[in-house]
Design a protein around this ligand. Structure first.
Ligand code: ARG
Ligand code: MN
Ligand code: MN
Length: 300
């Protein structure tokens, strides 16, 4: 999926990771891989004001939601490879249909909390959290957006509770998103907080927040590769300086795996056409290594 943002090439992220050995690396960690088909997306469609390519993006997200819902429903672990972050409209909806009390850790430079009404760019990769979180969109408004009406119908009516969401790595947050984070009381650890507390205490805080009232709360990890500093992950569409170091990026993933609560994950926004060969290779390897970490690889 590339239609949630302006750059071509982000649809090549999954094939790069697969060609560089992701399936065999996960097998080595003990996972039994079940290949699900590549999702086919439309290339033309209608759109709503403020939501560019909404029919393509929303229709694609519906296909992803169906796959994630059925696989998670069979007790499997859906690992979704993007693609731009708009795919998480589908993963969140699919996970929430199985786990209404789902916890989400959103690792990103951005909050992706926009809606068509408040987005400055109209790019839907900036909207997955906004569209799927309680207190944001009215069903009647979703029904009027080409491609998104399914979100207003069963089994996709469940919304993420703002208190079940934690952000890690924020450093580029739009003004309406900041107001929304405050209005909904969403827990966040920005880069400022990571500098202040260290990544160890940040992740303890994140898990305390998500598991205090329910120690076995199922958790979904949505990992935008632009959370990582461009020094380690340059091949991405909306790179922002001052991000997670190589080790911080891994620690977030390792600590999440160690919780034992992880039931699904996304890795998104690797764009192999946006850097030189060295930058692309580094970013692809970074993506693979982070996925291995949240899928259970440990140092010892
Ligand atoms: N998944 C991402 N990289 N999102 C970037 C979003 C940037 C900006 N907040 C927007 O809405 O356009
Ligand atoms: Mn981002
Ligand atoms: Mn994102």
């Amino acid at each position: 999926m590339t239609f949630g943002q302006p750059f071509t090439g982000v649809d090549l992220g999954p094939s790069s990771m697969i060609e560089e050995g992701l399936p065999s690396q996960l097998s080595q960690l003990g996972w039994r891989i079940e290949n699900t088909p590549e999702v086919d997306f439309a290339t033309e469609g209608r759109e709503a004001p403020g939501a560019r390519n909404s029919e393509i993006v929303g229709g694609g997200a519906f296909k992803i939601a169906e796959l994630v819902r059925t696989n998670a429903g069979e007790g499997k672990f859906p690992l979704t490879l993007g693609g731009d972050h708009s795919i998480s409209i589908g993963t969140l909806a699919g996970m929430l249909s199985n786990y209404p009390d789902l916890g989400v850790i959103w690792v990103d430079a951005h909050a992706d909390l926009n809606t068509p009404e408040i987005s400055g760019s109209g790019n839907m990769h900036g909207m997955p959290v906004g569209l799927c979180t309680e207190g944001m969109m009215k069903d009647e408004d979703l029904r009027n957006i080409p491609g998104l009406s399914w979100l207003a119908e069963k089994p996709y009516k469940n919304r993420l509770k703002p208190s079940n969401l934690v952000y890690v790595g924020l450093r580029d947050v739009d003004l309406p998103e900041r107001a929304t984070i405050k209005r909904l009381g969403i827990k966040y650890y920005s880069m400022y907080d990571i500098d202040r507390l260290g990544i160890g205490r940040v992740m303890e805080g994140a898990f305390q927040h998500l598991t205090e009232s329910n120690p076995s709360r199922p958790i979904h990890l949505s990992y935008d590769i632009d959370a990582i500093d461009p020094a380690s992950a340059p091949a991405t569409g909306t790179a922002v300086r001052g991000g997670l170091t190589y080790r911080e990026a891994h620690y977030v993933a390792e600590r999440t795996a160690n919780s034992g609560n992880l039931v699904g994950a996304d890795i998104v926004e690797l764009n192999p056409s946006l850097s030189d060969d060295k930058g692309v290779a580094e970013t692809t390897q970074m993506g693979l290594a982070v996925v291995r970490s949240f899928m259970g690889e440990s140092i010892i």
